[in-house]
Design a protein around this ligand. Structure first.
Ligand code: FCB
Length: 442
């Protein structure tokens, strides 16, 4: 059972989230190629070499999908705009069909009483900008601010909130140092530069949105609870390095105007000249701060150059992706953020959910995903404890409305409250969807 709406403070917002490339079907509507199309087309990067060309065909089925969001009683829908759908080359000529699509989508949310919570960039960089070096190129941050201004002018009068970049750690470190996401680089110089330019793009976009008269601006970063793998000082230092790169790099820059020393010790030599001068732009004031939370990590020292650490498996029960289920970590991170970084700023859990081994439902039968209900329930209880301890938590957004394109995992990992048959594209609400509907009534 999920805790009911009445167990949260009045006005607490419940939402569900998706992102453009993961659901829309990128081949439709005149969108330009993205670096995820090329990453997926390169052998060995994505399970089944799957891409987002069709995905959930949300581009055509969005009214049904918004009906599902509203039908569960959610207050808010977190979605994203695809840069390459709006600007197929990343800059220059606009694809009017793309802008019109987001216009209709936002109007469709308002018509259903949903608050549109917009993310400008959820990872599908236009391939034309990847050709120019992608986020490792400082100009991409400037072009991103132009994209932000364009979207702000078109949608800014109707959206509830805007965040420029989803999970800059993933777009930066995971994609340019670990090589797990597009563009699939394993290069510390590219990683350091991409991370800095993502932070700069965030700050410049906040400025461009404010200049366009758009309010309720925030950020969405991902966090993990970090444990040293053992009691040794070496493990403690390794865990501190992971914590600095993962949890403190972007939040520190955005909220305090500085990068943490334990990250700079390895990244500083690779940052672009004059990076310090961008920190004031990056730390532009925000109206709220979003935390995406899924799991905890155990970190051990490892041989080799900086940062010299590796993840080791832990003992907790795991999701279908092998991620440990650690709801206490969400509570701990909310308390830490409010105490050390965000103070009175409203926090929102902008993503939380699990990949479950969902069997295909029999015709006419609901899919019983009791494990997913238990996951959301435990994390909502963690939110309640954080609120009781004084954290100004304003909302909780479940990832995800639909089973969708789970990046390097392709279509195999299912996070949805609604099952999607990727042959017929039929949507079937799972038991977790019904659990939210029931909780949100009460
Ligand atoms: C987050 C992403 C989201 C989805 C979930 C499972 O890192 O923001 O797109 O992939 O993980």
């Amino acid at each position: 059972m999920l805790p009911p709406r009445s167990a949260f403070p009045p006005g607490f917002l419940f939402g569900t989230a998706t992102s453009a490339y993961q659901i829309e079907g990128h081949a439709a509507g005149g969108a330009g190629a993205t670096h995820w199309d090329t990453f997926a087309a390169t052998p060995g990067n994505v399970a089944g070499a799957a891409d987002g060309a069709r995905a959930c065909d949300h581009y055509h089925r969005w009214p049904e999908d918004l009906d599902l969001v509203a039908g569960a009683g959610f207050d808010l829908y977190r979605f994203s705009t695809s840069w390459a759908r709006v600007l197929p080359e990343g800059r220059g000529a606009v694809n009017p069909e793309g802008l019109d699509f987001y216009d209709r989508l936002v109007d469709g949310m308002l018509a259903r009483g949903l608050k549109p919570a917009l993310t400008l960039y959820h990872w599908e960089l236009p391939a034309a900008l990847a050709d120019l070096g992608g986020w490792a190129n400082r100009d991409v941050a400037l072009w991103f601010a132009e994209f932000a201004a364009l979207i702000g002018q078109r949608l800014g009068d109707r959206v509830y909130s805007v965040a420029p970049v989803n999970e800059p750690w993933c777009a930066g470190w995971l994609s340019h140092f670990l090589g797990a996401h597009a563009p699939g680089l394993r290069d510390i110089r590219a990683a350091a530069r991409a991370m800095h330019h993502l932070a700069l793009g965030h700050g410049l976009a906040i400025g461009a949105l404010r200049a366009a008269g758009v309010g309720n601006l925030g950020a969405v970063c991902n966090f993990e609870q970090v444990f040293p793998a053992d009691a040794s000082p070496e493990a403690a230092a390794a865990a501190a390095r992971h914590d600095a790169i993962m949890n403190r790099f972007f939040a520190g820059a955005m909220l305090q105007g500085r990068y943490p020393a334990a990250a700079l010790e390895g990244l500083a030599p690779h940052l672009p000249r004059g990076w310090q001068e961008d920190l004031a732009t990056i730390a532009a004031p925000l109206d709220w701060f979003g935390i995406n939370y899924y799991t905890c990590k155990r970190i051990a020292p490892a041989a080799g150059p900086w940062p010299g650490y590796a993840e080791v498996p832990g003992p907790l029960p795991k999701t279908a992706l092998g991620w440990e289920i650690a709801p206490e970590g969400l509570e701990a991170l909310l308390l830490w953020l409010a105490r050390e970084l965000t103070g009175p700023l409203p926090l929102i859990v902008t993503e939380n959910g699990m990949a479950a081994p969902d069997a295909t439902p029999a015709p006419g039968q609901a899919l019983t995903d009791a494990d997913r209900i238990a996951y959301h329930a435990a994390h909502l209880e963690a939110c309640r404890r954080a609120i009781a301890a004084g954290v100004p938590l304003a909302g909780y957004v479940a990832w995800s409305l639909l089973d969708n394109y789970e990046w390097a995992e392709g279509y195999a990992a299912r996070f949805g409250l609604v099952h999607v048959d990727f042959e017929s594209l039929q949507r079937t609400p799972k038991a977790s969807y019904a659990a939210f509907r029931q909780a949100l009534e009460g």
